[in-house]
Write a protein that binds this ligand. Structure first.
Ligand SMILES: [Zn+2]
Length: 343
């Protein structure tokens, strides 16, 4: 017999919605800021670095911490530590985002970022066995022209571990449609695509991401519940939603994870494909294991729901078909064994 806590700890996991700049440990942020001469907002204890009262304060901290990444070795360290935390939560495969464009004004080139990230990914894979790929997020605030220049850099790099792109940053004022040509160009060279939508923006941005950007998965997507026709369509088309319990309670209108009408619960109960992620874990005092705990204890995910969501995640991931089949068979059997042990 195992407890629910043991079950949640032991099940194999993958993460498809995790931001490198949001995953920097407080002590690491302090070390890097000191080394690179970046002023952080005042804090009393290191572990309180990410405590804030307003969104404005949060953005200040986020910007200062991001600005603390300068050298390839800085990137190697934060990538390695992020993946170490993933592995500690039995996350075996990770597709993570990073935000290259916010570092260009600091003179940090795309190659510097990628060199460090690749080194951190390789070290984490050999030390912890966690397999990862990355997807730079296009900053929707900067406009499609800047995005096209950025895509040129991605093409020039031609990195086998850089498998897709996302659409990110302040959603509500920036609908997806202006990025249609950019996403088409990315798809045409075989890059995978995903987009943040329906978090602070309306359901219409989810529809726009599916129609104009041709994404098959949506990061967050909570506002889908406002639009029954779109809900049905996403169910019929098997769109995967990469949801993040802790951040949903802060950034979306659904602040109470235990409420019967919380968007993630409604999406799951309707039969949408939803899978659990940690987004910006240290900034929200969480990790993937805690997010699974919130899913189980507050959002009503049963062990069977978690099994289904794991298989949906594998299918909606950017793995090749052979690996997907293997993971689905192996992880499915492993989860079945653990469900059988549950008291
Ligand atoms: Zn995100």
């Amino acid at each position: 017999m195992i407890s629910m806590a043991e079950f949640l700890a032991k099940i194999p996991k993958m993460e498809l919605h995790l931001h490198l700049e949001g995953a920097i440990r407080p002590q690491t942020a302090v070390d890097l800021a000191r080394k690179n001469g970046v002023a952080l907002p005042p804090f009393e204890r290191v572990e309180d670095l990410y405590r804030y009262d307003t969104l404005e304060q949060f953005l200040k901290i986020y910007t200062a911490v991001s600005d603390s990444l300068v050298s390839a070795d800085d990137y190697r360290r934060v990538t390695y530590e992020m993946l170490e935390s993933c592995a500690a939560n039995n996350s075996r495969y990770v597709e993570f985002f990073f935000s290259p464009q916010i570092h260009f004004p600091n003179g940090v080139s795309f190659d510097t970022q990628m060199d460090g990230i690749r080194a951190g990914m390789a070290d984490a894979e050999s030390d912890f066995g966690v397999v990862s790929v990355c997807a730079p997020g296009v900053n929707r605030e900067l406009g499609p022209a800047a995005g096209e220049d950025f895509l040129d850099m991605i093409f020039a790099r031609g990195d086998e571990k850089l498998v897709g792109i996302g659409l990110d940053f302040n959603e509500a004022p920036f609908p997806p449609e202006p990025y249609a040509a950019l996403f088409e160009r990315a798809r045409n060279v075989g890059l995978q695509v995903t987009a943040h939508a329906g978090e602070t923006g309306p359901a219409e941005f989810i529809r726009g991401s599916i129609d104009a950007l041709k994404v098959r998965r949506i990061d967050h997507g909570y506002h889908v519940v406002d639009d029954p026709e779109l809900m049905q369509r996403c169910k019929d088309e098997g769109i995967l939603f990469t949801v993040c319990p802790s951040t949903s309670a802060v950034t979306s209108p659904w602040h109470d994870l235990s409420a019967p009408d919380h968007a993630i619960r409604v999406m799951k109960d309707f039969g949408l494909k939803v899978m659990i992620n940690s987004d910006d874990p240290p900034m929200f005092f969480t990790d993937l294991g805690k997010e699974y705990g919130k899913a189980a204890h507050q959002l009503g995910f049963t062990p069977a729901d978690i099994r289904r969501s794991t298989i949906d995640a594998i299918e909606g991931s950017w793995l090749d078909d052979t690996t997907k089949r293997r993971y689905a068979a192996e992880w499915g059997a492993e989860i079945d064994g653990l469900i059988a042990e549950l008291g």
